[in-house]
Design a protein around this ligand. Structure first.
Ligand code: SAH
Length: 456
């Protein structure tokens, strides 16, 4: 086989990023958009010693798991990786991905993993579920202002205002923003030369409250004629917060640190279960509120707290899990790196009349070891919900020293989850339960809630 060869291949497996995997004469090929069961005609694009990459040219026999995607640009857009895979099979794929990571990376026995994993909690409706969208703004070759999503692994914008994972109002808002930019000749930002003004539009929608937030991220200090944009946006039913975020750095980090309220409040509210949450543009908030409730209920079940317990919620964001648990325990302590999120967390406990929640700004791996050393803090249950890179070893070591009765690990990356579970379970903990929750239908991403108890 050589580059540009056309070959026939049957997809027999799928990789962690949703790519199809098939073998030709024993040689492994990775094929984007190939679905398990497909027979494909593919073109070899890159060959390595033991494997290669090929492009799908023709579907010779479609897999029985292949479905027509709802979104016309599903294949090109980097947002959805597996929209052409039947939803039930997406769930099987995700359950299997977590299982494989726990066995291969975490080195857990297969038999143990089979025993501790409950069936995945899937979504009723795997579309229109996202409460947040961040649209990049750019310019096409003809000089028109465009918005859309990045193509997979690039920063090329595929023009599109209607994302089938998000809410309808996104499109209306984008039309208003782009119309405004055209009318007042406001330039889109160009990251290649670090010039132009409007970088991104962040939209959040409270599913329970129907409140809308629009945040315009700009490479500059002010948005000329912003009062005209405000005039148009504030007419939309539910509009609650219109803000500017200033990001003058040449970086692919979307948000800067500085916020300015243009109209309304600097935040919106939403509800999960009985708790009301205030969310500002810079704070992390789960993107799928329906499945988040499923996930948090699992956290409560696994934490199995008692009235006299002290709980630490690490990587707490706006205090969502802390406040969800507060009513059942003596006290909860949340730790989070983003100062605005901690401000939200404190306000959130106040709004909900919760008086036994305490919050600290800082890195979990700094705050917790320091508090353990200086104050000898105690915890009956520790919850961690880190970003994709997982937990720092310093933090895991401190958890081992604190010796909570239970550790509940919430993770959005099963590879780092497996690594961290192995670290704890090789020392003083036992893995008891794993619940995979699909918060991100049509993408390869997934959430996991895991219970570990202290070994006797
Ligand atoms: N538990 C929350 C947030 C989870 S997302 C919820 O369910 O909504 C992970 C959070 O960890 C984010 O809010 C992020 O800002 C925060 N974070 C990232 N690195 C951190 C660190 N080293 N220490 C503490 N918090 C961190």
């Amino acid at each position: 086989m050589k580059k540009n060869d056309i070959v026939e291949v049957t997809i027999t497996d799928m990789g962690a990023d949703g790519e199809g995997i098939g073998k030709v004469n024993g040689f492994t090929l990775f094929i984007k958009d190939g679905i398990i069961g497909d027979v494909l005609e593919v073109k070899i694009i890159k060959l390595k010693k033991h494997y290669g990459y090929a492009r799908m040219m023709k579907i010779l026999t479609p897999s029985k798991y292949r479905v027509e995607p709802l979104c016309p640009i599903a294949r090109r857009c980097g947002g959805c990786q597996i929209q052409e895979l039947k939803y039930e099979e997406q769930l099987a794929f995700k359950q299997n991905k977590v299982r494989n990571h726990l066995i291969r990376i975490g080195k857990f026995e297969e038999e143990l993993i089979t025993r501790v994993m409950d069936p995945i909690a899937g979504m009723e409706q795997p579309f229109y579920y996202r409460n947040k969208a961040q649209f990049p703004i750019g310019t096409d070759k003809e000089g028109n202002i465009i918005t859309g999503f990045y193509a997979g692994r690039t920063h090329d914008i595929i023009p599109n205002k209607k994302c089938y994972l998000g809410v309808d109002v996104n499109e209306t808002i984008l039309d208003l923003v782009i119309g405004f930019m055209e009318q007042y000749k406001i330039q889109a930002y160009d990251e290649k030369v670090n010039k132009g003004l409007v970088r991104h539009v962040l939209i959040r929608y409270g599913f329970a409250t129907k409140e809308i937030m629009v945040c315009i991220i700009i490479n500059g200090k002010t948005l000329p004629h912003s009062e005209e944009l405000v005039k148009a946006l504030k007419e939309l039913p539910g509009m609650t917060s219109i803000t500017l975020n200033i990001n003058e750095k040449n970086t692919n980090v979307i948000m800067g640190h500085q916020l300015e309220v243009l109209w309304g409040q600097g935040y919106i509210s939403d509800k999960i279960g009985d708790i009301t949450y205030q969310i500002s543009p810079l704070s992390f908030y789960q993107v799928n509120p329906v499945q988040t409730k499923v996930m948090y209920d699992k956290v409560v079940e696994y934490a199995d707290v008692k009235k006299e317990d002290v709980v630490w919620d690490l990587y707490c964001g706006i205090g969502t899990i802390s406040l969800y648990l507060a009513q059942y325990v003596k006290e909860v302590h949340g730790v989070e790196i983003i100062p605005q999120a901690i401000e939200d967390a404190k306000k959130n406990s106040h709004i909900n009349g919760i008086e036994n929640a305490y919050f600290y700004v800082g890195k979990a791996e700094d705050v917790v070891p320091k508090k353990y050393k200086e104050e000898g803090i105690h915890a009956d249950v520790i919850i961690v919900d880190p970003p994709r890179k997982g937990c720092d070893e310093t933090l895991l070591d401190t958890i081992l020293s604190i010796k909570p009765r239970r550790v509940v690990y919430v993770s959005c990356d099963s590879a780092t989850l497996a690594r961290d579970l192995q670290y704890l379970c090789e020392r003083d903990y036992e893995l008891k339960k794993v619940q995979v929750v699909d918060n991100f239908g049509n993408t390869v991403h997934v959430e996991c809630v895991c219970l570990m108890t202290k070994s006797k």
